[in-house]
Ligand binder design. Structure first.
Ligand code: AMP
Ligand code: MG
Length: 484
């Protein structure tokens, strides 16, 4: 029986966007994660374990690997593509939203470039925890539908059971998809892709017969959406870790939970990725990197934007430069909300309060999430707030609190601030513990408890341990690895 009411993949008249490729055999799968709420909203009623192992795919659905290029750590690779993922088509949810439905770790494809096409259980469970936490925090993201594993060993360090993750995304079209076509001089395809992306991801925007209008409009819209997304990342201390252009989706969802992490003590230079030796993707660099990626996106659109190259460059540059302002506005609004600052406070004053606050967090090495969460108590009692922080980490805060309180909206109280400052993020030490127990000991109790709590991050969790920072020394040494 076909468990998913699949539509054929929306027909893109772009050559070579995807090629047919069959998933690997995946013997004796067992299901270790099933997102019932999400599956139900997608019209999937049963946990068909074989299907979630990318087996028994109905003949009516073609399995495909998408082609893309991308700048990885700044270096252009003209041929990347899905090396271990298969997309089987579009699926429409209960709210009439369309998603691409696919599998990760489902086997080698023509784009595998020597990789084994497989995924290990730990990293797939990690993607579940982080992506579902992001979703619950209100941040656009790909979603995790199911994970299956079997007893086959994938040779990673350390070796782990093999797994397949079922994932949905509003589409998997990324900056790297545009780069793939542009690098081959397929400018007509780029124009078609522009139209397709506008219709799919920006339905409120009008598409015109005029390709110049479409390309420039798409660029402007993607700039705005990325600015909003990165501002949200920054407001929860999320560090993506591998912001290559092939990991930036045109639809504006967060994708690819490889070496990502949530920051604990506020440190603008925080890096967690084992492969990011030079801190290219450090926390504070993320807005700049997003803009850099958008410049690469803009380059692919130049021939579509204007026949006159100089004019195209002027128009595209203006659009990409608008990112800075869009980001500043979005980040200020995030922080204004987190700090409960009244709407009447000018942008300039607001920025002063925010930057002093972040500076104090940094100098006092305060936990980013916990300190924001506790700040609500300072509305009624600054002393109560101060006393909840370690004595040696309060320098300068009293003065800031007095200033801040005189700018807080009358409408804001502790409860209001708790609605916008999460109690819970997927803390690295908890995630590592939960994953280890799950894949090493086959004990999913911590994984399930953590996942359940992460679904309501603004509610104080029953397990208070989940709110605490990592044990001393853990965070300094912690590194995360590319999703292998
Ligand atoms: P990522 O770092 O996950 O964005 O992946 C970068 C590229 O490497 C993509 O083209 C992936 O499909 C490919 N890739 C990652 N892991 C594997 C693997 N185990 N086998 C084949 N390709 C892979
Ligand atoms: Mg990727």
């Amino acid at each position: 029986m076909m468990p998913v009411p699949l539509q054929p993949m929306a027909s893109l008249s772009v050559d070579q966007l995807a090629i047919e490729s069959n998933p690997d055999l995946f013997e004796a799968p067992s299901i270790v994660f099933f997102n019932k709420a999400l599956a139900t909203s997608l019209g999937i009623s049963n946990e068909n374990v074989n299907f979630f192992a990318a087996q028994d795919i109905p003949d009516s659905a073609k399995t495909m690997a998408q082609a893309y290029a991308g700048h990885q750590f700044g270096h252009f690779n003209p041929m990347l593509g899905d090396g271990r993922a298969h997309i089987i088509g579009d699926i429409i949810d209960a709210n009439q939203r369309t998603y691409e439905f696919g599998f990760k770790g489902s086997g080698a494809t023509p784009f595998s470039r020597g990789g084994d096409g497989k995924a290990a259980l730990g990293p797939m469970l990690r993607e579940v925890l982080i992506s579902e936490a992001m979703h619950a925090l209100g941040i656009a993201t790909t979603r995790s539908v199911a994970v299956v594993k079997n007893n086959q060993v994938v040779f990673r360090d350390p070796p782990q059971p093999r797994a397949v993750l079922t994932r949905i995304a509003s589409s998997h079209i990324r900056v790297g998809t545009f780069q793939f076509f542009a690098a081959r001089g397929l400018h007509k395809s780029v124009e078609q892709l522009c139209e397709y992306c506008l219709a799919r991801h920006f339905p409120n925007v009008e598409i015109e017969a005029n390709t110049q209008h479409n390309a420039l409009t798409l660029l402007q819209e993607v700039v705005k959406r990325q600015a909003a997304l990165i501002a949200q990342w920054m407001s929860v201390g999320f560090i993506h870790g591998v912001m290559n252009t092939d990991n930036m989706l045109i639809g504006g969802e967060t994708i690819d939970y490889g070496p990502c992490a949530f920051m604990e003590a506020y440190n603008p230079n925080a890096i967690y990725s084992s492969i990011d030796q030079h801190g290219r993707y450090a926390y504070i660099n993320q807005p700049g990197v997003a803009q850099w990626n958008l410049s690469r996106f803009a380059e692919t659109l130049l021939p579509a934007i204007h026949d006159d190259k100089d004019k195209a460059i002027i128009l595209a540059t203006e659009a990409v430069q608008s990112f800075s302002n869009e980001y500043d506005i979005a980040f200020r609004e995030q922080m204004r909300t987190k700090l409960g600052i009244a709407d009447t406070v000018t942008e300039k004053e607001c920025d002063v309060i925010i930057s002093k606050w972040l500076n104090l967090l940094k100098e006092n090495e305060l936990d980013f999430t916990r300190t924001h969460r506790l700040l609500g108590t300072a509305i009624a009692s600054p002393n109560q707030f101060l006393e909840s922080l370690p004595e040696q980490n309060r320098a300068g805060l009293n003065e800031w609190l007095q200033h801040w309180r005189s700018h807080v909206s009358d409408l804001v109280d502790q409860a209001a601030l708790e609605k916008v400052n999460p109690a819970l993020i997927p803390r690295n030490h908890l995630v590592e513990d939960a994953l280890k127990k799950a894949w090493q000991d086959n004990d999913y109790s911590l994984f399930n408890e953590l996942l359940e709590s992460l679904k309501t991050p603004f509610t104080t969790p029953g397990n208070h341990q989940f709110m605490l920072a990592a044990p001393a020394g853990f965070d300094d040494k912690h590194v995360t690895y590319c999703g292998t």
